[in-house]
Design a protein around this ligand. Sequence first.
Ligand code: IDP
Ligand code: MG
Length: 151
Amino acid sequence: MTTSLQTTFVIIKPNGVKGGIIGEIISRFEKSRLSVAAISLRNITRAETEGFYAEHKDRGFFGELVDFMTSGPVVLLALRGEKAVEAVRHMNGATNPANALPGTIRFDYAPNTGENVVHSSDSAESAARELAYWFKAEELTEYTPASHVLG
Ligand code: IDP
Ligand code: MG
């Protein structure tokens, strides 16, 4: 059987942490058979955030984006599973929550585009770059998820 096991990169943004929905968000991913391969709750610096979002540096919202992402701790996550990149983009929903489909994280929790609760990599290439940007190689764990669902 061919598989397309991937690892993608996710951030639970400061409003997700402050809103007390870290568990809710991770639970959605786990129930969708995505495993946590790495996890870190911490404050990220302005320099780290500017480097991470460099593709958007000329956009009018860039300053606001950096202010928001450094306004409190975030959860950095590596998630592994079948088609993880596409699966998580789908579960997060559209960038602008007004366009997000029902059942997505942004539909349920995001108040606006700037504070849209979650980030996820938009391609396998971005995922590889973003995982290497935020995690050391030894922080990315490898394990075989149990074949049955717990709980
Ligand atoms: P994505 O997070 O869905 O991949 P991108 O277009 O890559 O969306 O934008 C990165 C982040 O920049 C968004 O998640 C959002 O927080 C912020 N952003 C994008 N467009 C706007 C905007 O028009 N106003 C304010 N913030 C924006
Ligand atoms: Mg993006």
